[in-house]
Design a protein around this ligand. Structure first.
Ligand code: PLP
Length: 376
């Protein structure tokens, strides 16, 4: 169907941070297929794990026990907070499960007194009807109305949050960096403040880590840079390093709302998807990996600050943005012609999200190529 605006290029193979098109031209990947390919392309750990698993057992369904899924759930809990995990196949599906938890929180725990979902302006949570209901962008929403009841608050605004998060709220959904919405970062202290407000009225704090998680911002999860614990986090994008998998981690109390039969997914947490995710976690949780992302992120930030001298460099770690004066699509196109892949974000923002394994030399190459593009 005609729902995508595609660039006129066909990639046929990839290795590390490089992609090759069907004419043999090489590109440096500064976008990771929307922050997905955290280990780049054809990473030996993923190739080995997925090849081994597909030759052993691909799928059995959640009618049966899946040891690798249980082990992956335990790893995610150990990397976040005490709780339980349910798996799906995408970001929207993870948020959908979180919305269902929020609904049961209102309906089954609070007698239906908390019908409202709170989210933020410029936020993005996915394209299914539920996830779209908490996504503010009018162009994404309007053709599909009516949606679920949601209340959108200005991102990072404390007094609006205080006014908008009342007793009628089941859950507050927030991204630590709005990856699609312009690479906006909430001011420091905003997340702990939301935690206080949620505790005051008995609402759940749901952090959408779909784009910011899996070490993208220099810690395994972006919320971990502040002193706060969410009730729910949602994960997808980088978790499988390119193999589709989504996950929801919820505290024991909240996870207990999903009693047998209340939620399910045919494919979610298959042996194959879990094998890919284990390979990703093996690499990104190894000693020194977060420091690598922090260092590469600082180098990228400094280079972008020098290139765009009068502009603020947005984001953290290896999720970066710069607001442009010229149409971002022109820059994305010109960069591609020069062999560099970068992406757009809302508000005419250039988005840079390379594979997390990127080297210092490759960051230099990215900056040099981008310099030629903005120079011309
Ligand atoms: C990409 C994204 C989603 C949706 O993920 P899909 O896998 O495309 O459904 C949700 N939330 C955030 C923050 C995202 O970046």
């Amino acid at each position: 169907m005609g729902n995508y605006v595609r660039q006129p290029v066909t990639f046929v193979s990839g290795r590390g941070c490089e992609l090759f098109d069907d004419e043999g031209k090489r590109y440096l990947d500064g976008f990771s297929g929307v922050a997905v390919s955290v280990l780049g392309h054809s990473h030996p750990a993923i190739v080995e794990a997925v090849s081994r698993q597909v030759a052993t057992l691909t799928h059995v369904s959640n009618h049966y026990q899946i040891t690798e899924q249980e082990r992956l759930a335990q790893r995610l809990v150990d990397l976040s907070f005490p709780g339980r995990v349910v798996f799906g196949n995408s970001g929207a599906e993870a948020n959908e499960a979180a919305i269902k938890l929020a609904r049961t929180w209102s309906n089954l725990r609070h007698g239906g007194t908390k019908p409202v979902l709170v989210a933020f302006e410029d936020g993005f949570h996915g394209r299914t009807i539920g996830a779209l209901s908490i996504t503010s962008t009018p162009a994404y929403r309007e053709p599909f109305e009516p949606l679920l009841e949601a209340r959108f608050l200005p991102y990072g605004d404390r007094s609006a949050a205080e006014a908008g998060i009342g007793e009628d709220v089941a859950a507050v959904f927030i991204e630590i960096i709005q990856g699609e919405g312009g690479v906006n970062t909430a001011p420091p202290g905003f997340l702990p403040y939301l935690r206080q407000l949620c505790d005051r009225v008995g609402a759940l704090l749901v952090v959408d880590e779909i784009q910011t998680g899996i070490a993208r911002t220099g810690t395994f999860l972006a919320y971990q840079q502040e002193d706060v614990t969410p009730d729910i986090i949602t994960l997808a994008k980088g978790l499988g390093g390119g193999v589709p998998i989504g996950a929801v981690v919820a505290s024991e109390d909240v996870a207990g709302l999903f009693t047998p039969g209340r939620h399910g997914s045919t494919f979610g947490g298959s042996p194959l998807a879990c094998a890919a995710a284990h390979a990703v976690l093996d690499v990104v949780t190894a000693p020194g990996f977060n420091e690598h992302v922090q260092n590469m992120g600082s180098q990228l930030e400094a280079g972008l600050a020098a290139l765009f001298s009068r502009k603020e460099v947005l984001g953290r770690g290896l999720l970066r943005g710069v607001r442009l004066d010229q149409p971002v699509s022109e820059v994305v196109e010109a960069a591609r012609e020069q062999g560099l892949l970068v992406g757009p974000s809302a508000h005419n923002t250039l988005r840079i999200a390379p594979p997390l394994i990127i080297s210092s030399e490759e960051i230099d190459e990215l900056l040099t190529t981008l310099g030629k593009v903005v120079g011309s």
